[in-house]
Design a protein around this ligand. Sequence first.
Ligand code: ATP
Length: 185
Amino acid sequence: MRIGIYGGTFNPIHIGHTSLAQSLIEQRLVDEVWLMVSPQNPMKQPSADDYNHRVNMAIIATKGMPHVQVSDFERNLPLPSYTITTLNQLSLTYPQHQFTLIIGADNWQRFNHWYHADEIQRRYPILIYKRPGYDIDPQSLPPTINIVDTPLYDVSSTEIRNHKKLKMISPDVLKYIRTHHLYSY
Ligand code: ATP
């Protein structure tokens, strides 16, 4: 199967994330999307301590999305989780699947700074989804890198953590956040 690897901290997961995954499935760009919950993003603050909560919320938010799986595969990989390590380990563990990296146009701008960016590009197809304010010229991309159109939702996890835009998360995730008093809720 063609598996799209969509990584993030998902702290917490919101409608922007789930709609994007669903759209890639509906456009048949991949057969499944695996939401790769990162214990620690090399470019963000460490947040490994709330890992189980972030995984649980992702599972709750994707209930009823049969082609979207939540993966904690990076739990057992060295920290920080570098994408190339994850992709190579996934390929070894699941030789029957082909892995495609899914990243936002915001991340594409910084992609050159990613650990072993060349190897990622050489070994794995990349799907770049559009983000407002980050235009990319498709002509500048090699054939294994494609830009995809997905619905755009104006929301970030930061806003949810700051008690804003609560309509942009699943009610069950909000319930989970309140039950566990996450983000001072
Ligand atoms: P934070 O506000 O904590 O920085 P975030 O909302 O950007 O978080 P991440 O966990 O970093 O969420 O999300 C993983 C990836 O999802 C990001 O690299 C980004 O490209 C993408 N993403 C974030 N928000 C949206 C959105 N509203 N629509 C589509 N993609 C999004």
